[in-house]
Design a protein around this ligand. Sequence first.
Ligand code: SF4
Length: 342
Amino acid sequence: MLFECDPPPRLIGIARLAASSDLLEAKRAVEYFELETRRFIGRGSGRMRSIWTLNPYRGCEFGCKYCYARYAHEFMELRDPGLFEHKIYIKQFQKHAFRAELRRLKAGETIWIGTATDPYQPAERRFRITRGILEVFSGERSFDLGITTKSDLVARDAGLLAEIGRRNSVGVHLTITTLDEKLARLLEPRAPRPALRLRALKKLSDEGVRVSVLAHPVMPLINDSEESLDQVCAAAASHGASAFSAGPLFLKPCAQQVFFPFLEQHFPHLLRRYKERFEKNPYLQGAYPEMIQERVQKIRSRHCMKPWEAPEWPVSDQLELFREPVKKPAAALTLQRKVDSV
Ligand code: SF4
């Protein structure tokens, strides 16, 4: 416990950088900061050891109630899990530095964009970091590139992704947890509607980009019915996706702080059962995950879909991915500070 006369804690590493980040823009509920970053590409850990990960932003404005990545802001000493969706850090990006970083990787290596943030969240419209990254990839060859998003903004880059795909392997993975728009609005308050995501899927597929749909996370008694999952899979198939997958929810303590109050407000009858399960262990085990896997397999075969081709999601190791090293160079930031209301 801190007493009034205690000195403020000494911040180090990413927390120090976050605290000294320049404010680029502020709108009603969101502030954008610029974050200096020494390396863009990070190594996965555990079962993800064989792949590289890339997150253009820290934080995510979409504010999904189940989001596991809220933990990422804790590395910056931002302990309130709500700040993950209100303080968005834009990684400083320079094409030549990123190109040099990329060229240190071996041909054929897998790089995953969007493991701890959405690379097409609203910030991307303004700051275009993901677009810049893809433009560099368009001059490279032999990489295996994967992108996960909930945003229809990805369709903006359909042509560029197709171009990258001519000399690399590219897959775009849209997350759609439900087709029920009201439920989606509750669960993913600021993410584009499922219908918009499907439209983006179709555009990508028409351009020849390989696309798949993830109905992840599957939340017990919320979106786990066979009917609900089947609807998502059927829509994915009819909009050009070749693969479909879904996995059960996991709730780390930082995500519980947001998800439990959400349940209390919208699904009060489920709160006690969720607490009993997840407070003991953030991962569901036993019969439930097995039942969901069987259900998903059955649905997949009904719609002639393949399973998602990505490496298995590293539920327990994933948080290590946020520990990308960052370094503040001696030179002052050159971007002009902009504060305006939108
Ligand atoms: S889109 Fe992904 S990163 Fe963004 S809030 Fe939702 S779950 Fe988290």
